[in-house]
Design a protein around this ligand. Structure first.
Ligand code: NCD
Length: 306
């Protein structure tokens, strides 16, 4: 359906730019538009079947800022815990008369399955290891802002390294789809156990040696090691992982002037990223969080538009 948002790989560069331009408009509104706007008289259901801090709260704040109401269903304590299917759950929520559903699901195909079952708009808030489109949009917005590319959202000539647990990351897939469509070069960096060669079919490069690229990138998106999606033996030695793939103070010192440090959060501090880097002058991690509210305002306004 035209009003769903399942993944950035489904969107044209023109559509991505349209959403980012709308995000810039939302960012410029300030707080005076609280409690009024495009979502007046609407109810959006946030169905979160996996844990979340940033995504869930920022969707709630985004809807509130545009005058909409939200209701929240989390997996724990719902009939999902009794074995109800995803399609039945979202159809039940829709039957109560909501205007849209924002869904976080554990299955890779969760967002598509739900969209197929629904007549109302479905916005993917993270599906398994498939896509997390609003995160990809906010990352593109934050990088564009840092690089002085607001307005055009042309990321041509920029290189972004996405580092770590790529195979398990829905963030990585949305970042690759969005950033490459906007013209950036994306380099995925990680060990074979976490970053398969096949990921290059999505339009990125695969590099095993972080130190060989750290000096040439305009941004580094560090990913959380997704312990909950690994069998223990897959991860191996955390010391070895850190030595090769962490963004340490020493590695960050080799980044070129103006290059930025990103992380979608939550971070395993001391594993994939050092405190002094996460909180240091190159870090735009908290700016990413702020951009997340504006992106979700833009997405909700677009998907709920008549
Ligand atoms: C991410 C997610 O849930 O996909 N978090 C987020 O939405 N900011 C990344 C993660 O869990 O590592």
């Amino acid at each position: 359906m035209a009003h769903d948002l399942i993944g950035l790989s489904d969107l044209s560069a023109a559509r991505l730019r349209e959403l980012l331009v709308s995000t810039q408009d939302m960012a410029g509104r300030g707080r005076e538009r609280w409690w009024g706007g495009e979502l007046d008289s609407t109810v959006t259901a946030l169905v979160f079947l996996e844990d979340s801090t940033r995504t869930r709260l920022s969707f709630e704040i985004a809807a509130a800022r545009l005058g909409g109401r939200t209701v929240v269903l989390s997996g724990k304590g719902s009939s999902v815990a009794k074995g109800e299917s995803l399609a039945d759950t979202v159809r039940t929520v829709e039957a109560m008369g909501v205007d849209a559903i924002v869904l976080r699901a554990g299955e890779d195909q969760g967002a598509q399955t739900a969209a197929d079952a629904l007549d109302c708009p479905l916005i993917n808030a993270g599906a398994g290891a498939h896509e997390h489109p609003t995160q990809g949009l906010l990352d593109a917005y934050a990088l564009a802002e840092a690089a002085g590319r607001l307005g055009s959202f042309d990321l041509g000539g920029l290189t972004l390294a996405v580092v770590g647990d790529i195979d398990h990351s829905r963030v990585a897939r949305s970042d690759i789809a969005g950033m490459t469509a906007l013209g950036a070069r994306v380099v995925c960096v990680g060990p074979e156990a976490m970053c398969s060669d096949s990921i290059s079919s999505l339009g990125c490069e695969v590099v095993r040696d972080f130190d060989s690229v750290i000096g040439e990138v305009d941004g580094v998106q560090m990913l959380r090691v997704q312990f909950e999606r690994h069998a223990d033996e897959q991860i191996g030695s955390l010391e070895a992982y850190r030595a090769s793939y962490a963004l340490t103070e020493a590695r960050a010192a080799r980044m070129k002037e103006g290059a930025v440090v990103m992380h979608p959060g939550p971070a395993n501090r001391g594993l994939e990223i050092d405190d002094v880097v996460a909180d240091g002058p190159r870090s735009i991690i908290r700016r990413q969080v702020a951009c997340g509210v504006w992106v979700r305002m833009a997405v909700l306004a677009s998907c709920l538009a008549p």
